[in-house]
Design a protein around this ligand. Sequence first.
Ligand code: ZN
Length: 285
Amino acid sequence: MPCRVAYAAVDDVGGAMRRVQRRQLLWQSLVGAGALALGPRALQSLAGPAPLVDLSGARRIATAVPAPPIISRAQWGANESLRRGAPDFAPLSRAIVHHTVTATNESDPTGRIRAIYEFHTGNRGWSDIAYNFVVDGAGRVYEGRRGASGAPDGEDGSGRGVIGAHAKGHNTGSVGIAMLGTYSDGRVVPTDAALDAVAAVVAWKFGPRGIDPRAPGALVGHRDVVATGCPGDGLYHRLPELRNRAQAGIVPPVLVPPPDDDGGLVEDLLDLVVDAPDLPLLGRL
Ligand SMILES: [Zn+2]
């Protein structure tokens, strides 16, 4: 694949730092243009989320995204004696958004989540709360169905997600995120804080798995997969925006070149271009 990198003469070339910056820019341009196959030595990051690169030959680049603050089951007062059986896990590939059809301006979110949990395990007879995560109007995120990793992440310790009971026939491989409230009336819209919280959960789950929230089927409403009004018009019509907010939370990985002067072909190429005094790098076309 041809490498399309733009050059132009400038006057301020020089200095070790400048050279390093140009080298990094060139490296990222080459990688971004698909000109280089990534090797393990490329897996160095600058400050920020660590890049995780699939070296199998695919071009997918995954990004670790920090978890949002999560109110654990212990913190919202889940009675663990209500839970039954052993959870099942599956690799995550999508997110499904719900509303809980409860009070929209909830005055007691943890009490409401305990009630939902008791309803699902009692009246419904399910093994645990249906949802993988719950979000309230203030943008707080609550752990839903319990995983097995020891953290409130709904995972099993090897990256698989616990299978919930939020979308019949579509639970396996999906993370179910429920917004507290009722958004059936299109005039009832979720708060910015709540949308941001859902987006943060999606970014956290999708980033490391290389899933683009804007890809078809990746981030959908309950009604997209099951005949239901959920998550209500007021929330459903915000899904396109929610996809963009989630994508914005997935910071592209920053790749830096391998160590300088170690004799490799790529390094020689970089040095040749970077050292050319009249060819400072501007960026990728
Ligand atoms: Zn639903």
